[in-house]
Design a protein around this ligand. Structure first.
Ligand SMILES: [Zn+2]
Length: 190
């Protein structure tokens, strides 16, 4: 089992009840990735691809923007979990990375070599959206991890307390690379 997940259970930050799952005080349910891809596909049929992408992105962002506020308020209790996880040097970002990974949204790595000013490049391995798309539909023509881009933007916004925009530049679903690359910009407006 994921070590971080064990710690979250021990700290009662994840509670599996007899008929409910609670994550940091918020009711959650597991939803298959193919359902999110279907939502985007159906929206695209009604509204067009660009609008569908925006809706999905905004929902992903809403998920972590609202969730991050909850776990950032538990920061003190959580800080002990990150003594051996100095990858970014920022406990809030580490927390975000770990929650995202154990929830199955992918393994995010900040490519610090490309970090500059208010922009950074993130690599995500095993994006469930890219894997699901490849498996069910074959190679895509462009990025498909729009919900995940929103998730990253939401964590960044909650961490920096400034508006952030995340754009997927290259997606594993195209079959070109094994991982997805995202550009994260802190735009500065709060
Ligand atoms: Zn992708």
């Amino acid at each position: 089992m994921n070590e971080f997940f064990k710690k979250m259970i021990f700290a009662k930050m994840v509670i599996f009840g007899s008929e409910s799952i609670n994550l940091l005080g918020r009711r959650v349910a597991l939803i298959p990735i193919e359902v999110i891809l279907k939502m985007e596909q159906d929206l695209a049929g009604k509204l067009g691809k660009k609008e569908a992408r925006e809706f999905i992105y905004n929902w992903g962002k809403y998920q972590t923007e609202t969730g991050s506020k909850r776990y950032l308020s538990n920061k003190k209790a959580l800080s002990g979990m990150f003594q051996r996880l100095p990858a970014t040097g920022n406990p809030s970002l580490e927390l975000g990375r770990n929650v995202i990974r154990f929830c199955g949204w992918g393994d995010i790595k900040i490519l610090t070599a490309k970090k500059m000013g208010n922009e950074m490049v993130l690599e995500v391995k095993k994006s469930p959206f890219a894997l699901e798309y490849l498996e069910k539909k074959g190679k895509s023509k462009g990025p498909v991890c729009n919900y995940l881009a929103g998730i990253i933007a939401g964590v960044a916004k909650a961490t920096y307390k400034k508006e952030c925009v995340c754009t997927e530049k290259s997606c594993a679903a195209t079959g070109i690379a094994d991982s997805c690359l995202f550009e994260l910009k802190v735009t500065g407006e709060s």
